[in-house]
Design a protein around this ligand. Structure first.
Ligand code: CA
Length: 616
């Protein structure tokens, strides 16, 4: 007798049940007229590879079985419809299991990324320990769910959720909308049930509203979404406990990581708050939608922009002074009540919101911004009043992060905030790098530009220029912040290594993403070039980062030198080595045996093989 060591139990037979599915299509005759032959759900379970199920609707359609009681599925099988399109119509087909008859609680159990073979069954093992009463196959986009045969294998049982399926190594966001409605605008939320499966098999489950979000990105076929959970959650280890989350589509960004890299730069540059984000796979109503970024919504909240949130009753004194969160916003004209500053900057108030802010607060904000803007535009070597209105540390970090990333949107959309009892305006968080890193045909190639990107024509460029180059102190402080960043991880080597690590983590997901959206050889959005492969897009990103670090060094008149290059093994103090003093541009301004008296400023002093920064 043969001993069989199998991962599936002996009871894992072919399962039978009641065939269920979307409304079927009818066959058409050779002269394109409808016949009475329907392609029913039962046709996918009749053991005949020449009969098939096909749905009436083109997408989000499915066929499956009601097993009568929960079963743990250990294997699925399929065969394509026997016609020219059949094999290709299997790519990105998704298998799901559920315990609600409307599949609202469905979880994926397998995603197929291969073409089918006519006249043959293909099989895949399923690794999901949870039992399901209802199982189904959802055809990919525009395939009318054409399929000749389906097979589910398994055994009866409720199982448990110790092992769940994800299409790739990334967390998976599984969304089912009520009656399979799809979000259609940025106002109306569609009632949904959302499950986010983590790599550790934990699942966040809640009802949520789903709507579109974004501006230019809303028009792409791969839609960006806003999720609003019924209750607050920390998602995938996020700092914030919040209801509102964004799913960024990264359609025009074929590296799928421009925002991830930019947020990394923001963190290295020590922005006080960088939005949380995680790359995820997204499924909506059983259809694979691609690799997205689940990210914070920019809002006033602990763990996000953590300032006082104003109440409508905050009308005097300290309470009236903040917090406020606003955006210099090229799309402000689309908002219900935008504010245009005296110098013509369009501003969207985010907290309190444009259309909710009480008049006293709106007046306070407008007066405040008018005063701030006026001081900035009057900035000069002798007029530094603007410094009592602008937090230069966040301005400089914001500016340098965006310039390092080559973001043409930098002052087209620029978040700022004001704290309670603090007159200064703070910059940040950074946001939206879709067309950064040389992904804008209007700017391409960035290497040919001799000016900072914000020297362009967008809303707040003049405003930013006045702050960045108000005087020598501003220029020195920018260089000083750049110097800090260079010592903390802004280098060609470290940034390209970071990109490589992200590319590795995204590899399985990018493969599926570009099966779903085959645009690698096509210029979309503002793409200056289309390189035909994911690897080539990632290489181009790395080349940009390498170029940009030196470009920034040159532009800031900066030569890299470490804050502290003390060699732990260096024990001999060579007294005769003397002093070398560098200014913040990396220029050596003194070499000699005595430490000279220095004018006010920031210097790097090398002495006895030790380097230190001093402020005089
Ligand atoms: Ca059949």
């Amino acid at each position: 007798m043969l001993l069989c060591i199998c991962t599936t139990s002996a009871a894992d037979g072919l399962l039978s049940g009641t065939p269920i599915g979307s409304s079927p299509s009818v066959d058409y005759s050779n002269n394109a007229s409808a016949t009475t032959t329907k392609n029913l759900p039962a046709d996918a379970f009749d053991g005949n590879l020449n009969t098939f199920f096909a749905s009436y609707d083109r997408s989000y359609t499915w066929v499956g079985l009601d097993l009568g009681s929960p079963h743990i599925i250990t294997r699925v099988g399929w065969s394509p419809r026997n016609d020219g399109l059949g094999p290709g119509r299997m790519v990105l087909g998704v298998f799901e299991g559920a315990n609600q008859s409307d599949f609202s609680d469905a979880l994926p159990i397998y995603l197929n990324d291969q073409q089918g073979v006519i006249g043959q069954m293909d099989y895949a093992d399923v690794s999901c320990s949870l039992g399901f009463r209802y199982v189904r196959y959802i055809g990919p986009n525009d395939a009318r769910c054409n399929i000749a045969e389906l097979a589910f294998y398994g055994h009866r049982g409720n199982g448990d959720s110790t092992q769940l399926y994800r299409p790739t190594n990334l967390p998976c966001v599984v969304i089912h909308t009520k009656d399979m409605q799809l979000p259609y605008d940025k106002v109306n939320y569609i009632e949904s049930y959302v499950q986010i499966i983590s790599p550790d098999n934990s699942v966040l489950k809640d009802t949520a509203g789903l709507r579109l979000r974004g501006n230019a990105s809303t028009n792409f076929p791969k839609k960006p979404y806003r999720l609003k959970f019924n209750t607050k959650h920390k998602v995938l280890g996020s700092p914030a406990n919040a209801k509102n989350w964004t799913l960024i589509n990264n359609y025009g960004d074929k590296t799928l990581m421009r925002n991830i890299v930019a947020f990394h730069v923001s963190e290295v540059m020590e922005m006080p708050y960088t939005p949380f984000c995680r790359a995820v796979d997204v499924l909506v109503n059983g259809e694979y939608k691609g690799c997205y970024q689940l990210s914070d919504k920019i809002e006033v909240k602990k763990g996000r922009v953590s300032i006082d949130e104003m109440e409508p009753t905050d009308l005097v004194g300290s309470a009236l002074s903040g917090g406020y969160l606003w955006e210099i916003d090229g799309y402000a004209y689309l908002e219900p009540q935008p504010y245009y500053s005296p110098y013509g900057m369009p501003i969207t108030l985010h907290s309190p919101k444009d259309d909710q802010i009480v008049p006293t607060q709106r007046t306070y904000f407008e007066n405040y911004f008018r005063a701030l803007e006026d001081k900035v535009y009057k900035a000069s070597a002798t007029n530094t009043e603007w410094r009592s209105y602008i937090d230069f540390m966040t301005f400089g970090r914001y500016f340098l992060t965006n310039e390092m990333c080559g973001n043409p949107d930098v002052f087209w959309s620029c978040y700022m905030y004001k704290k309670r009892d603090d007159q200064k305006a703070y910059f940040g968080p950074v946001w939206d790098f879709d067309i950064a890193f040389d992904n804008d045909d209007r700017q391409y190639p960035e290497a040919n530009h001799t000016q900072f990107i914000f020297g362009g024509a967008s809303n707040a460029d003049g405003f930013a220029r006045h702050i960045a180059f108000a005087d020598q102190r501003s220029r020195d402080e920018l260089t000083e912040l750049w110097h800090r960043g260079r010592n903390r991880g802004i280098s060609a080597e470290e940034l390209t290594a970071f990109v490589d690590s992200v590319a590795q983590a995204l590899d399985a997901s990018q493969h599926l993403n570009f099966l779903r959206w085959p645009i690698l050889s096509q210029r979309v959005h503002q793409n200056p070039v289309a390189l035909g492969s994911y690897a080539a897009e990632v290489d181009r990103l790395k080349q940009f980062l390498t170029m940009r670090v030196s470009w920034m060094d040159n532009k800031l008149g900066y030569t890299w030198h470490p804050f502290n290059n003390t060699d732990a093994n260096e024990t001999v103090i060579r007294d005769n080595e003397g002093y070398r003093i560098y200014d913040m541009h990396g220029r050596m301004i003194y070499e000699g045996d005595e430490l000279p008296s220095l004018p006010q400023g920031i210097y790097i002093i090398q002495h006895h093989n030790q380097t230190e920064k001093i402020i005089r």
